[in-house]
Design a protein around this ligand. Structure first.
Ligand SMILES: Nc1ncnc2c1ncn2[C@@H]1O[C@H](COP(=O)(O)OP(=O)(O)OP(=O)(O)O)[C@@H](O)[C@H]1O
Length: 782
């Protein structure tokens, strides 16, 4: 029998594990087998021991389904007789694991392991990333007794040796075991986890397991309860622990480490002890399974695929946190708000980020979002900051969610499940509605005009409070929640540098523009004019002018026209007087206006009030409500074909009412045919009979297309007052004027429905499609 000379090295290379597919079956593993040691052959691949063993066998791949770890294993043979040292070097550099084979009946071959092969391999590999080695004692069929005691001292000396195994190439003994150990050494290496000299886990491993403990400690009481342990077990191993097994685990820990169990749960010390026990007993695959489920790679770093899962964001779309992610972040906040005061004090905030490799939020965050009187971030502020990160830098948001273990705790496929990619803004504009929740407002103004003050006012700080903010802690952003017609939206204000020469394209990209001037500075308005004319005069972006420091003496602005005239000419809402010099929190109305303009850019001709309290707003909310839209749609379907308005009058209503001889009552009949309910009427009155019914008839005749509207014409209730206002000649004149002014400017924007805008009357009338037929503008503007 000719034997292959040299040693056998099983090189497992290109090991690549993704966190979205962390199980070994989905891992990619190549093993290059280099066989150069006398006494070993690749017989096991053919399961026949050849009469003549060739110097070198061709490359072979063992398919995943026949390997114990279920990974494909690529094997390359190496022959000292046929190949060069360079080729050997190349194979070693590609190797993930090397099996050094010696003959158990040949002392010299074992000596060569330490005198030649291990130094040679170590010379060619980096000290910090040693390739794991397996010692393989071949030809066990030729000896009576195991020679394991001869290799134990070698194993103790070289920590890179993962394990040793005796086998027989001739009678197939322990051959598959050898491959199992080789694969295990790659998939579950001891090296990164454990330091055999110190008999303890390495610091990186302790750090990773500590983070895992903190994430799994859902109530943050520093103890893993049975429920938390079961959750952890289910997440990592897909099934909960049996109650008895749970008790046994705690018993073992308590016996060896009394501090390891507290209040019938595992402490961090106990959790770490359990893992060092696994590793010491050769069960490090258990620890690896845990580490990998929590996103770690072979170097105990969080895997890039775990932190940055693929997320496609088409142009013109934005990114927002979805509801599930908000719930998760709420649980993170609640977990760390130990004193339950609704805010995170500095030590609570630090604890939130203990699972991060660095502190992600600087002191500027406290001036970007809402805080309490102590300057501590409130729940609203906490969520707002996450909204900001998601909007401005979604990759960073994914990374942060990864550190917090979002995909694990929320049991999601990846961190990407936390993100909603919104519909394109262009489509929103065309459809005249949006599902977006976060809107960006860029704030422009000359130096000193009050931009920073405006931003700070948005998070509730008046001038006195603002004076306490240190320059180095100032922020160019402010974000807060606002209600737009009853819906919660986040408005993100961004202060843009005053130097017009440095304006970038991204500075002009937002949902609404805020132009600030200082009423006490005569030159500041001119700056707004320049920004508007240079950047926004031809754009479709809604703009709002804010007259800051309105409490100070107003100076005449150094410009040809007044701010009000300028706004009129360019169909921008009139300047909004604003001051942060208030005793209490500055007013929020202007921010609600900005958010409304951002949410409904196509509705910019409507009344600017968005206080959500006044009659107009209450009517608006009602008219925008889903119930009303559904009813309108139904009614529309019913009566679409009919054109003449009808009114049923129940005369002699002062007399005793008799049941009408008809299948249905008058009221039911009216309801079925979408006719207003019968109007009780009597002329048997002391004074002049009531005129209400005649007003109704006149109203129906005047506005026949509005017959689906509320029939109330009392002229006293909220609806009637709004109606009167909206139907008033003044308003119509203003609307007509605005229309004339802006029609040319927005013609492209409205081009899709240009036929509806061919005359001023049709501009405000209903179109023929059912959705626009019932739109609020139709209802309000006959
Ligand atoms: N109503 C007010 N009365 C008096 N002073 C005010 C008022 N509002 C703001 N200020 C002050 O005006 C100054 C300039 O305001 P602010 O820093 O907000 O302007 P800015 O536009 O951000 O300036 P820059 O572009 O230089 O950053 C600040 O000192 C601020 O305290």
């Amino acid at each position: 029998m000719t034997l292959i000379s040299g040693f056998l090295a099983a090189n497992v290379r290109d090991f690549k594990q993704t966190n979205s597919s962390p199980r070994p079956t989905e891992q990619l593993l190549h093993a290059d087998l280099i066989s150069v040691q006398p006494g070993f052959s690749l017989y096991q691949l053919s399961e026949e021991f050849p009469a003549v063993v060739p110097y070198k066998v061709e490359e072979i791949t063992i398919p995943a389904d026949v390997t114990p770890e279920r990974v494909p294993t690529h094997i390359v043979d190496y022959s000292e007789a046929e190949q060069t040292d360079e080729q050997l070097d190349q194979e070693i550099s590609k190797a993930n694991v090397i099996c050094i084979v010696y003959a158990v009946n040949n002392r010299k071959s074992l000596e060569k392991v330490t005198s030649h092969w291990i130094p040679l391999i170590n010379e060619r590999t980096d000290k910090d990333s040693r390739v794991p080695l397996i010692l393989v004692g071949n030809k066990s069929d030729l000896v009576e007794q195991s020679s394991m005691e001869n290799v134990l001292h070698i194993m103790n000396k070289y920590t890179e040796i993962e394990t040793c195994v005796e086998c027989s190439a001739k009678n197939l003994k322990n051959i598959s075991e050898m491959f199992y150990y080789a694969q295990k050494a790659v998939l579950h290496p001891t090296g990164p986890l454990y330091c055999p000299e110190g008999k303890q886990m390495k610091p990186a491993c302790v750090r990773a397991l500590t983070r895992i403990f903190r994430i799994s400690d859902l109530d943050n009481n520093s103890i893993l309860s049975d429920a938390e342990l079961n959750f952890f077990q289910r997440v990592c191993f897909s099934s909960p622990l049996a109650p008895q097994a749970l008790e046994d685990v705690k018993k073992v820990v308590k016996k060896n480490m009394p501090d390891g169990v507290c209040e019938d749960g595992l402490t961090l010390q106990g959790f770490l002890f359990l893992h060092s026990l696994f590793i010491q007993r050769g069960r490090h695959e258990t620890t690896w399974a845990v580490l990998r489920h929590f996103g770690y790679d072979n170097d105990l770093e969080l895997h890039q695929d775990y932190l940055f899962p693929p997320l496609k964001i088409p142009a013109d779309c934005s990114t927002e946190l979805n509801h599930n992610a908000s719930l998760f972040l709420q649980s993170v906040f609640d977990k760390h708000d130990k004193d339950q005061d609704g805010a995170l004090n500095p030590s609570e905030l630090k604890e939130v980020f203990d699972v991060f490799p660095y502190m992600p939020w600087g002191p500027d965050v406290n001036n970007t979002v809402c805080t309490n009187d102590h300057g501590w971030i409130t729940y609203q502020g906490f969520i707002s900051q996450w909204m900001l990160t998601t909007y401005l830098d979604v990759q960073r948001c994914l990374e942060y969610l990864g550190y917090l273990g979002y995909s694990i705790v929320a049991e999601q496929e990846s961190q990407a499940a936390a993100i909603t990619v919104t519909r394109s803004k262009c489509v929103d504009l065309q459809q005249k509605q949006t599902q977006r929740c976060v809107f960006l407002c860029n704030v422009f103004g000359s130096s000193g005009s009050g931009k920073s003050s405006f931003l700070q006012a948005f998070i509730g700080r008046n001038l006195n409070h603002q004076k306490t903010i240190r320059d180095e802690h100032k922020s160019h952003y402010a974000i807060n929640a606002v209600h737009v017609y009853g819906q919660e939206k986040y408005l993100l204000l961004h202060e843009i540098c005053s130097d017009l020469d440095f304006l970038s394209e991204s500075d002009l990209c937002c949902d609404v523009v805020c132009l600030i001037y200082d009423v006490s500075d005569p030159d500041s308005f001119d700056y707004c004019v320049r920004v508007f004319m240079q950047c926004f005069v031809d754009s479709k972006l809604p703009c709002l002018m804010v007259a800051m420091k309105s409490d100070l003496q107003e100076e005449k602005q150094q410009h040809d026209v007044t701010p009000l005239e300028f706004c009129r000419t360019h169909v921008v809402p009139p300047p909004q007087a604003y001051s942060v010099n208030t005793v209490t929190t500055p007013s929020r109305d202007v921010f609600i206006k900005l958010a409304t303009m951002a949410t409904y850019p196509h509705l910019r001709l409507r009344c600017m009030c968005t206080c959500n309290r006044c009659t107009f707003c209450l009517c608006q909310n009602f008219l925008n409500s889903e119930v009303l839209h559904a009813v309108k749609a139904k009614l529309y379907t019913l009566v679409f074909s009919s054109k003449l308005p009808c009114l049923m009058v129940a005369m002699k209503s002062d007399l005793q009412e008799e049941k009408q001889q008809h299948d249905v009552t008058p009221l039911e009949f009216c309801r079925t045919h979408v006719v207003p309910p019968p109007q009780a009427y009597s002329v048997n009155t002391v004074t002049t009979p009531s005129r209400d019914v005649f007003i109704k008839l006149a109203t129906m005749a005047t506005y026949p297309h509005l017959r689906l509207r509320c029939m109330c014409t009392c002229n006293r209730c909220t609806f009637c007052l709004c109606q009167n206002f909206l139907n008033s000649e003044v308003l119509h004149a203003v609307k007509a004027k605005l229309y004339t002014l802006v029609f040319s400017r927005f013609s492209s924007f409205f081009s899709s429905s240009s036929s509806s805008f061919s005359s001023s009357s049709s501009f405000f009338s209903s179109s023929s499609s059912s959705s626009s037929f019932f739109s609020s503008s139709t209802l309000f503007c006959p």
